[in-house]
Every structure is written in structure tokens, then in C-alpha cells.
Design a protein around this ligand. Structure first.
Ligand code: IPE
Ligand code: IPE
Ligand code: MG
Length: 238
């Protein structure tokens, strides 16, 4: 498939929100005899290319899983390298985001993030607030943590019954529709605590490609696979 075909498919099949579990940076580096950090650095460059292709194809909302609530278990060296990469991205993301009218939103618990990083996050979110497309970056994100956060905030307000809609509005993803397609790279076929509530009826696409090697052709294949799916939502579709 070409970009033109992908564009057409995105519009016709109503692919509004795509979410990526960006996995395989460490394996990509190891294959080359490099430290894991190099995989993350290359992965960060891949992230920019991937999201830009998605928006070019007409997708309105892109979510990426950048750091999970479980990723703190990694070495201090790796965690620091990742935080440094996030910070560098925040420093130079504005011009691209504003040029393309993209609103950036960070999903996750900010309490454990370095305070300078949180300041940069808040400032970039504010500056891009008016964008008509969304980029969600899941950073110190865990779906169970998100759900508990929502439940606890409702309890504090004295709620004793809530609807699905009200509950969804308490999640970090309140501004986004549910993901239509979740893509995971590097051969793993699991959610790893990502969007448990939101992905109830998402389509899944798995590829063995390691995240730093992700490219437009692989994205075209993911879109094509999505185009072939029949979304029944529990009903009977003849
Ligand atoms: C994904 O790549 C990036 C993060 C989880 C931050 P990994 O670092 O998990 O790469 P592998 O799975 O070890 O290859
Ligand atoms: C999921 O990848 C988290 C991110 C992509 C940020 P992991 O590499 O942490 O997941 P597991 O440990 O293989 O399940
Ligand atoms: Mg991994």
C-alpha cells in the first residue's frame, strides 16, 4: 500500500486513534553490540517519523507508550538515559507540534517524575492546548494506576455510582476517543498494563519489527490489516 491508499483507508475505515507500544529498543541495541541507551535514542528518532506519517495519513489522535509504571525496575543508568531523552524531546517539540496543530497530552502519574520534567510537560501542554489533533505520550503510565486514580478521585468526591462515560472522563485519556488500533512491535503479544479500559474493542496488530526499525511500509501493513477487520462490538454483522 502507498501513502495515498493509507490515507483513503484511514478515512473510509474511520481510523481515528492509533496507539503504539514501542517495544524492542533494547534488543535493537543488543543486536549491534551497543548499550541499551542507543536503542532508546534511535527509538526516539523513529517515534518522530512514525507519528508524522500517521498524521499525514489523516489520523487525528496518536498515543505512544514511552515509560510504564513498571519500567522503574530497570537500571538507574537506563532510567536516567530515558528521562534525559524525554527532556530533550520536550525542549524541541514545540515548533513541530504548533506547525502541525497538534495538542500534546501526557498520560500517567507525574508525582514520581523529576520536577523539571513536569514543568516542561505542563508548559508544552498549555502552549499546544488549542491543537485540533492529539498526541498522547504515556509516561510513568500504568493502566491499573490510572483506573485506581479515577476511582479514588470519585470516592473523594462522595460518588457512589458512575456511568461508563463519567468514568472515562476521569481517565488520563479523557480528551481522546478509544483507540481503534493498538500496534505492538518486537514480537511481544501483550498489553503490559496499557489502556486496559480504553482498548476494550480495539483491534490489535503485532509485528516482529523492533521499534527503532519501524517505518512507513510497516505502518501501511498495519493500516491494511486494520482495513480487513470486521468490528462487531458483540453484534452480528452479515
Ligand atoms: C521499549 O523498548 C522502550 C521502553 C520500554 C522504555 P525496551 O527497552 O523494552 O526494549 P526490549 O524489550 O528490552 O528489547
Ligand atoms: C512496555 O514495554 C512499556 C513500554 C513500551 C513503555 P516493556 O518492555 O516494559 O514490557 P514487558 O516488560 O516486556 O511486558
Ligand atoms: Mg521491552
Amino acid at each position: 500500500m502507498s501513502m495515498e491508499e493509507s490515507k483513503k483507508l484511514v478515512a473510509e475505515k474511520g481510523l481515528r486513534h492509533i496507539a503504539f507500544i514501542m517495544d524492542g529498543n533494547g534488543r535493537w541495541a543488543r543486536k549491534r553490540g551497543l548499550p541499551r541507551e542507543f536503542g532508546h535514542k534511535t527509538g526516539a528518532a523513529t517515534f518522530k517519523k512514525v507519528i508524522s506519517y500517521c498524521y499525514e495519513c489523516g489520523i487525528k489522535c496518536v498515543t505512544v507508550y514511552a515509560f510504564s509504571t513498571e519500567n522503574w525496575k530497570r537500571s538507574e543508568r537506563e532510567v536516567t538515559a530515558l528521562m534525559t531523552l524525554f527532556s530533550a524531546y520536550l525542549d524541541d517539540a514545540y515548533s513541530d507540534l504548533s506547525k502541525n496543530n497538534i495538542r500534546i497530552i501526557f498520560l500517567g502519574d507525574r508525582a514520581r517524575l523529576p520536577s523539571l520534567l513536569v514543568k516542561k510537560i505542563e508548559s508544552l501542554e498549555k502552549k499546544t492546548e488549542q491543537g485540533d489533533k492529539i498526541l498522547n505520550i504515556a509516561l510513568n503510565y500504568g493502566s491499573r494506576d490510572e483506573i485506581l486514580h479515577a476511582v479514588n478521585s470519585l470516592l473523594k468526591e462522595g460518588a457512589n455510582e458512575v456511568s461508563e462515560e463519567e468514568f472515562s472522563k476521569r481517565l488520563y485519556t479523557a480528551a481522546s476517543p478509544d483507540p481503534d488500533l493498538v500496534v505492538r512491535t518486537a514480537g511481544e503479544q501483550r498489553l503490559s498494563n496499557f489502556l486496559l479500559w480504553q482498548a476494550a474493542y480495539s483491534e490489535f496488530y503485532y509485528t516482529d519489527t523492533l521499534w527503532p526499525d519501524m517505518n512507513d511500509e510497516e505502518l501501511d501493513r498495519a493500516f491494511a490489516a486494520f482495513g480487513g477487520r470486521v468490528r462487531r462490538y458483540g453484534a452480528v454483522v452479515e
